[in-house]
Design a protein around this ligand. Structure first.
Ligand SMILES: [Zn+2]
Length: 241
């Protein structure tokens, strides 16, 4: 049961209704984002853009995030640029005495960030917001390995074409099974990796990847052959060490 929209990336967010569509290939590819709309100018003019290649030491141990994640009912959509799962309230990330609430998670192929020049097959982004509206994205690298069983009931029904939000109350997703045991991480202040490329986003990139089976990765790749913004130049991204 798929409900199709012509411009799902726009329809999903009322604030962006007048903004032009963007993508990863052709005339709307990442190199063109900054020219598509003046609202996307930060994509071109920004000075702390993401993603970046991380060539820094891990953040110290005391800066590990504390995750209070639960099982969430499935609310999901194909935005035209990724598969996104919308979270219900009550899933929290606490770091440095600041509490962020999970808003949504989504996936990129291949990984957007690199560690010492190395990419991963995929990267999951857990997008959080605190009470002041500050954004924090928890990045989880995905490598090929064991099938991810928590994800599989959802993965079997991911929409291959653009949709608005769909619900499946019968299936819940155990968020903690999408997070590695080891919470050692890299941290920096950067931006959203999609238009409007808003800056001041706190990034927490977990060093240990999770695994999806090659079949699960291939299934995503067939829907989105590439949906990763290229590495951005290092300017004033603040690496937190
Ligand atoms: Zn993302």
């Amino acid at each position: 049961m798929l409900i199709l929209f012509e411009q799902p990336a726009i329809a999903q967010n009322a604030n962006f209704q007048s903004l032009p569509p963007w993508g990863y290939q052709g005339a709307t590819k990442p190199e063109k984002w900054g020219d598509l709309s003046k609202n996307y100018r930060t994509c071109k003019k920004g000075i702390q853009q993401s993603p970046i290649n991380i060539d820094q030491p891990l953040a110290p141990k005391f800066r590990k995030p504390k995750l209070e994640y639960h099982n969430i009912p499935l609310k999901f959509l194909n935005t035209g640029n990724t598969i996104q799962i919308n979270a219900n309230s009550g899933n929290k990330l606490v770091i440095d005495n600041d509490t962020f609430e999970l808003v949504q998670l989504h996936f990129h192929n291949p990984s957007e960030h690199q560690i010492k020049g190395k990419s991963f097959p995929m990267e999951a982004h857990f997008v959080h917001k605190n009470q002041e509206g500050k954004l924090l994205v928890l990045g989880v690298f995905i490598q090929s390995g064991q099938e991810n069983r928590a994800l599989q009931p959802f993965w079997k029904q991911i929409p291959t074409a653009s949709t608005k939000e769909q619900k499946n109350e019968q299936v819940s997703l155990k968020l903690t099974d999408l997070i590695p045991e080891n919470k050692q991480n890299y941290q920096y202040i950067g931006s959203l990796t999609t238009p409007p490329c808003t800056e001041g986003v706190q990034w927490v990139l977990l060093a240990e990847p999770i695994e999806l089976s090659q079949q699960q990765i291939s299934q995503f790749n067939q829907i989105f052959p590439v949906n990763a913004r290229p590495i951005q130049a290092l300017n004033q991204q603040l690496l937190l060490q």
